[in-house]
Design a protein around this ligand. Sequence first.
Ligand SMILES: NC(=O)c1ccc[n+]([C@@H]2O[C@H](COP(=O)([O-])OP(=O)(O)OC[C@H]3O[C@@H](n4cnc5c(N)ncnc54)[C@H](O)[C@@H]3O)[C@@H](O)[C@H]2O)c1
Length: 314
Amino acid sequence: MRVLVTGGAGFIGRWVVKQLLQKNVHGPLHISVLDNLSNGSRKNIAEFEEEKESFTFIQGDIRDRKLLQLLFKEGFDLLIHLAASINVQESLLDPQETFENDVVGTFNLLEEARKRNTRFVYISTCMVYARAEHKAIREDDPLSPASPYAGSKLAGENLVESYYRGYGLPALILRPFNTYGPFQKSNQEGGVVAIFIEKALKGEEIPIFGDGEQTRDFLYVEDCAEFIVKASFSEAATGQVINAGSGQDITINDLGRIVCPDERKIRYLPHHHLQSEIKRLLCDSTKAKSLLGWGPGTSLKEGIAKTMDWMRTR
Ligand SMILES: NC(=O)c1ccc[n+]([C@@H]2O[C@H](COP(=O)([O-])OP(=O)(O)OC[C@H]3O[C@@H](n4cnc5c(N)ncnc54)[C@H](O)[C@@H]3O)[C@@H](O)[C@H]2O)c1
């Protein structure tokens, strides 16, 4: 079975590849990673590069249609599509780059997948949702993209759904909530957990944008990868939209206190784009549980400890 993972040299992608290589329960898998290394790195996948029989890295771009045509000539049985511009802030500053990577790139891959009816797993995001009100967010709750990043991911979803309905392409859409853990970047491209931990380990101030009362549902990256792999091989998931999160939300203020108990180190900064901040995100993963038997296995405390250990030794 031949699997293509786009964005496989990135944070979540490298964990997906790791689990695919470890499991290999569906018969011998060959995994190809396509990544232009704009935000990923060769280091993230260094440990897989020795597995020459089951792993290939291709440095290339999902906007390059000629390259995709060439790659897909070999044929893939499964495509897990993670490559994307992922930064909300940058998408507001440069929407075109995000549009080209996240919408046009997704379209290019769908066009290749359609030629051979390749199973298409689209990794979307919780950022497509409107804020959670009094309950956790289910897949059929209101959508309200508040940044070009969210808008582009949702456009990608719509394209995927249209290929599922219009061409019968076996496709599915996964919406992980905010994901954190080892290998996430801790610069401005990174997630809030990685940034806070990096600052705390260096003894620097912890920056909080706005009042810090916005909440997020943090999903540990190995749980996220397990969700993606399970859904990728589940017939029941075909044609579905499925959430994954921890089922608990926490304010950014509380996250800051967990990572850095010395409150004097917390520094409040004006929000750059308050209008694009979703006030509350909390995931209902009931569907993932019932369809895939998936649930989050790692508590926030455990996940933060694992991330800290990795950051100390990297
Ligand atoms: N990190 C999160 O909290 C989170 C949550 C939900 C969904 N997601 C989604 O998961 C996916 C992976 O996110 P991540 O956090 O691992 O980000 P990441 O930036 O680490 O991974 C994305 C990878 O795609 C590559 N890439 C970008 N544009 C490309 C292009 N044009 N051609 C080829 N490769 C390209 C980057 O180099 C990078 O390695 C994204 O689709 C993102 O929208 C992320």
